[in-house]
Design a protein around this ligand. Structure first.
Ligand SMILES: [Zn+2]
Length: 149
């Protein structure tokens, strides 16, 4: 899916989480981490985050939708968030953002190898940048606005 779709869906889940069960931490920082985590899997491709973070060299070593699109780096970044902040709610933010990315990429034809290095891929029928992708982006962006306002 497009990075805009990942952001709008991750924000939707993050805002919904805050609305349903309020957090004892800053909700804006929580949402910022959700969005950042939703972009992390695409460090393995020429994406917005790989360019802006100067971690674009990672795509030379990792196949797109390989290691970085699996549970292993998600757990790594959750542990890293906990070690940096000492607060499990920030690990939850990473879980929400990262998992939302994997769920939506699983809807595409290329799919996601959640259990890398296993080659088992969960695939869908949609094309990244296609009509459904744009529809999901717009739909969740509108829902985000309704939830924020
Ligand atoms: Zn991706």
């Amino acid at each position: 899916m497009m990075f805009l779709t990942h952001i709008s869906f991750a924000l939707f889940i993050g805002i919904l989480k805050i609305r349903l069960i309020p957090l004892p931490i800053d909700k804006y920082l929580f949402l910022a981490i959700v969005v950042l985590a939703a972009l992390l899997p695409d460090l393995d491709t020429q994406s917005f985050i790989s360019k802006k973070s100067r971690l674009g060299f990672l795509r030379l070593f990792f196949e797109h939708r390989g290691f970085f699109h699996s549970i292993l780096p998600m757990v790594f970044f959750m542990i890293l968030a906990f070690l940096i902040t000492g607060n499990p709610y920030y690990s939850l933010a990473v879980l929400i953002g990262f998992a939302s990315h994997l769920v939506f990429d699983s809807l595409t034809k290329k799919g996601v190898a959640w259990f890398w290095p296993s080659k088992l891929r969960i695939r869908g029928k949609f094309r990244t940048g296609g009509l459904i992708d744009w529809g999901l982006f717009l739909g969740f962006a509108i829902l985000d606005l309704f939830l924020i306002l």
